[in-house]
Design a protein around this ligand. Sequence first.
Ligand code: HEC
Length: 113
Amino acid sequence: MGIEEGVPLRYRRPVKNYFIVALLFVALSACVAPRKVVPVPTAAMAEKSGQDLAILQKGYGVYMAQCSRCHEPLMPSDISTADWHIVTPGMAWNAGISEAEEAAVLKYILAAK
Ligand code: HEC
């Protein structure tokens, strides 16, 4: 009886410790891993792209609010300028946004690329 109880205990403890170490590892790597963040419009971005900062901010707002409803927002740099021109009208229709909002989203994306 005493021996039977002792055996599982000896093996259970290390397993539990490995589990905690694994959990810590997962938690740590989730914090340390670089996460891509959709760039926030800046004055420098506006100047470089020749766009109004207010338009870029509007586009960014619509992009984060409307274009991330069905999927994670892509990084502006993830696809080509030509592809953004092709994809955005269809996605604007998906999102049910106005033409002005669509134009602002596209300006923001191209400025942020
Ligand atoms: C109603 C849901 C919905 C909304 C809102 C939406 N999308 Fe999409 N989007 C999809 C689906 C579904 C796909 C994948 C199928 C496809 O490519 O048509 C997709 C695919 C994409 C892709 C293609 C990714 C690739 O690698 O080819 C891009 C880019 C994109 N969306 C951008 C946007 C933008 C920008 C907006 C906001 C104007 C937006 N989406 C809003 C549903 C949506």
